[in-house]
Design a protein around this ligand. Structure first.
Ligand code: FE
Ligand code: FE
Ligand code: ZN
Length: 275
């Protein structure tokens, strides 16, 4: 049985998220470590986190996939903004230690003009610095749609970051909408794309997936998520993904335009696709 879940609101605390997840048939979930479009983080609550940890264990959850704020751009040319993003990253990893052993995924960022190479160097410096504490969390770089000056639209860029960081505790989260939008044809050639991922990055680095359909056609670099089966990826693509031997044991997180009942229905749909 696969690990399926969705983004949940963190406002009620960690134990409440586990309860909500169970109520919609999820056995993993994602949450924003702080306001996704700002930077404010919730007050820490060790007792709540400990309760969540024991619930996750007794109820057989897969690894959680926390998500960094969208505003955290580690590779901006603006030195002050970059320093602020690096501080947030470090604080997020420290906070994740309350839920040990889980994943923390973030968008590599947009280099906004100074070039991908310089951007990749900035990201690597920030990651190396944040990882020096050895907090019990695995950091994941998200595959991006390649919108504007976004870094992470090509597997080669993610590989360059991983190489520059040189820490085995960094992996990749594959977003189905983003890779298709980025020009990797998982609809017609999932095995070919995974083969390319394996050649360039190495499949052992693939730790989690974001399952989203796409509102736009192949390679459009737009990044607009759609509900499963209602976009250009289609249900058969998700059937192939949830049953793929290289993917089926990974946590799979929905980021589709839904409220909880919609997520509950999509999780049931994913389970019905499993063979
Ligand atoms: Fe994301
Ligand atoms: Fe995503
Ligand atoms: Zn997206």
């Amino acid at each position: 049985m696969g690990y399926f879940g969705c983004h949940l609101s963190a406002s009620g605390g960690s134990a409440a998220m586990v309860k909500t997840a169970m109520s919609i048939g999820a056995n993993t979930f994602a949450f924003f470590t702080r306001n996704p479009r700002g930077s404010k983080a919730k007050k820490e609550d060790a007792a709540d986190a400990a309760k969540a940890v024991s619930m996750l264990e007794s109820d057989g959850f897969g690894k959680l996939v926390a998500h960094g704020a969208y505003t955290m751009n580690l590779c901006t040319a603006d030195q002050e903004a970059r320093g602020f993003a690096a501080d947030i990253l470090e604080d997020d990893l420290r906070r994740m230690a309350a839920l040990p052993g889980n994943f923390y995924n973030f968008h590599p960022g947009s280099h906004v003009g100074q070039g991908a190479e310089a951007g990749i160097d900035y990201i690597a410096v920030a990651l190396k610095n944040a990882l020096r504490h050895d907090y019990p969390v695995t950091v994941l770089l998200e595959t991006m749609a390649g919108k504007g000056s976004e870094i992470g639209g090509r597997f080669e860029e993610l590989k360059a970051i991983l190489d520059a960081v040189g820490n085995p505790n960094v992996g990749v989260c594959l977003d189905t909408c983003h890779v298709y939008d980025g020009g990797y044809d998982i609809v017609n050639d999932l095995d070919g794309v995974l083969g390319e991922f394996d050649r360039i990055i190495g499949l052992p680095r693939l730790k989690a997936l974001h399952l989203n359909d796409s509102k736009n056609p192949f390679a459009s670099h737009k990044d607009r998520h759609e509900c499963l089966g209602k976009g250009s990826l289609g249900i058969e693509t998700f059937r192939a993904i949830v049953n793929h031997p290289a993917l089926r044991d990974k946590p799979m997180i929905l980021e589709t335009p839904n409220e909880l009942p919609g997520y509950q229905a999509e999780i049931a749909l994913l389970r019905s696709l499993e063979s």
